[in-house]
Design a protein around this ligand. Sequence first.
Ligand code: SAH
Length: 232
Amino acid sequence: MAALLRVVNPEVGMISPRTRERMVATLRAAGIENERVLTAMAQVPRHLFVAEALASRAYEPVSLPIGWGQTISQPLIVARMLAALLDSGEPQRVLEIGTGSAYQTALFAALGMEVFSIERVEGLHIAAKELLQRLQIPTVHLRLGDGSCGWEELAPFNAVVFTAAVPCALPPLFHQLVPGGCLLMPQADVADEQRLKLYRWNGQDAEEEDLGGCRFVPLLSGTVNQKDHIGA
Ligand code: SAH
């Protein structure tokens, strides 16, 4: 975390740390109690994960466009997901499906996790790679591809986290978890009603916890290459 802040400090002048502190106060008021989550979110400069034109809105309680029809998740849902993950045990190796802006990826790393993150849109994957390198976050491994089937070669993980809504028909990736690991995902029913679900896997069965309603972009198949979407 210290390295992260040292590198970005020259760039954060225009957005004062007080703006981030206000975001954290809002999260606290909304019921987020995990101090480690709040500290990490007070430190990771969310405005660097959106386009410059949207930087001044980065700390508002909303999701924002990041290009290619995708969005950076709003701070409260990110905080809820991180808190649920930490409360489920301290995951060391985390598989994230849907890197997007890499904001949540950077937060996993800031919380001491080794992150393996897959993104299907090449433009987002490349931008995420450049930003995380610039921020000198070493514990992140990014891959371009369709993450619906996880990352078999590098399994097992302590946690698998989807940041796009998973259709209820898709078989869950329990086989890529260690016993005692958890699967966190927005799950969509046939009418696209979405619930954030946490599954605790004991090696044979999964115990399900419903963490409430949510709204995510859908999990899609295949990849989108730069040449397919010039100027997206
Ligand atoms: N946590 C991210 C969320 C981004 S939105 C953030 O806050 O920025 C969800 C992301 O999932 C999008 O970038 C989308 O392109 C990606 N995605 C959707 N389906 C996918 C799939 N099958 N494999 C990998 N990434 C996928």
